[in-house]
Design a protein around this ligand. Structure first.
Ligand code: SDX
Length: 380
């Protein structure tokens, strides 16, 4: 490629680095489709299990296909005893995102064929990682609370089983539905930073575990999946809805980033934020947390007034914070919830990359010196 054809786009903004059949995003009009189906339709009519099948197979399943996919997921819910022993040996003050990154990487040590990269083998590993990560999160949280680990219940769906393993009791239908919608809306989103990390790693023909581990590491960053925890911390700093104006204007004056707002692609409201706003309002009302919802709404109105002209709107993380809080999740489990869902997208992209691979190796614009002399140390 000639130098003239090389263009420098900081942060790869606007650069097409892969083709995908999974998510379509129109950032101007605020559209998100999974394999052509609008996110709003999936959030209201589908299930997380059906959405994973859609992303991985590029079509909706028949009833019998969904039944067998669901059964194969449930058959893999449980962690092996050695992994559970490892989790119980972890420091109870470890950050859950570091635990997840570490334990997903450790899964490869108990896979008899961790480096097998055929599409079939990759799908199998992806299914296993998707199925057991909820137990990694739940088992660690119970360990750090001094509680017994709860074994998975294969009669429960993905959402219900996670909440059951976390709390030790069967969740209500409303909570199951709410969590399922969270999983659907977070499942995939084009070439976001963590998905790109997964594709970059698997493009060397490394292994699925290394690719997903790299993605977890990327997602925890506050500019990416870690933002939902940042939103909650901000909401907790605002005493009441009447204080929102002063608090936000102060942040803007100090040029602070308002977590949960802005997006590299969306220059209109993230359609997932709209879905999660509706869910957050319902849950806040049901659980006596309307103050959180009202503060969020006030912040959205202030940001609309101050920043809409800059194309800065709520993103997926803004209302997921209130939603996760109302479901009863601790703050440092918010980003882990993003992991549980996004394993579906990361795996789908890993499989797509394996299906049509070329090693990722961008170039740089060298701006350093040339023909520099080597000065011996005595002369420096
Ligand atoms: C996710 O890519 C994906 O698809 C990600 C995701 C997914 O599903 O995988 O959608 C999930 O990561 C959502 C984003 C969560 N992150 C946050 O909420 C953190 C806060 N938002 C930002 O830091 C920011 O908006 C980014 C990182 C998300 C996007 O930033 P860009 O595209 O790199 O834009 P930028 O940092 O260059 O900002 C452009 C301008 C700057 O102002 P100027 O320097 O030009 O004057 O907009 C300002 C920024 O200061 N700006 C903000 C802001 N976001 C951008 N100012 C205040 N608050 C913000 N939130």
């Amino acid at each position: 490629m000639s130098t003239a054809e090389k263009t420098f786009s900081k942060g790869l903004e606007g650069v097409i680095a892969a083709q995908t059949e999974m998510s379509f995003i129109n950032g101007t009009e605020g559209i998100l489709e999974y394999v052509g189906i609008a996110i709003g339709d999936l959030a209201s009519k589908s299930s997380f299990e059906e959405t994973v099948f859609l992303l991985w197979n590029k079509r909706l399943p028949s009833r019998s296909e969904l039944e067998s996919f669901t059964q194969s997921l449930r058959a893999n819910y449980g962690l092996c005893d050695e992994m559970i022993t490892q989790i119980k040996s972890l420091p109870t003050d470890a950050e859950p995102m570091h635990v997840i990154r570490t334990m997903i990487s450790m899964l490869s040590l108990y896979d008899t064929n961790p480096n097998e990269n055929s599409v079939e083998a990759a799908r199998e590993k992806a299914l296993n990682i998707l199925a057991v990560t909820p137990m990694i999160v739940a088992a660690f949280d119970r360990h750090r609370r001094g509680l017994e680990v709860v074994a998975p219940d294969a009669s429960l769906g993905f959402a219900a089983n996670f909440l059951y393993m976390l709390n030790g009791e069967k969740p209500t239908d409303a909570m199951i539905r709410a969590f399922d919608i969270c999983m659907i809306t977070h499942a995939d989103h084009g070439l976001n930073n963590s998905t790109f990390a997964a594709r970059v790693v698997i493009s060397t023909l490394s292994d699925v575990y290394s690719a997903i581990t790299a993605a977890v590491g990327s997602l925890r960053g506050p500019l990416h999946g870690g933002a939902n925890e940042g939103v909650m911390k901000m909401l907790n700093l605002i005493p009441s809805v009447d204080d929102a104006e002063d608090h936000v204007m102060n942040m803007i004056k100090n040029k602070e980033r308002i977590m949960g707002f802005g997006h590299r692609v969306y220059k209109s409201k993230d359609p997932r934020a709209s879905e999660l706003m509706t869910l957050a309002k319902q849950l806040a009302d049901d659980t006596g947390n309307m103050d959180l919802y009202l503060k969020s709404n006030a912040i959205e109105n202030i940001m609309e007034r101050e920043y809409a002209s800059k194309g800065i709107y709520p993103n997926v993380d803004f209302y997921s914070a209130t939603t996760y809080h109302c479901i009863g999740l601790k703050l440092d489990l918010f980003t882990p919830m993003f992991v549980l869902a996004r394993i579906a997208g990361w795996s789908g992209h890993v499989i797509e990359q394996l299906g049509d691979n070329r090693l990722f190796r961008p170039t740089t614009d060298y701006v350093g010196p040339h023909a520099a002399p080597y000065v011996s140390i005595d002369d420096r």
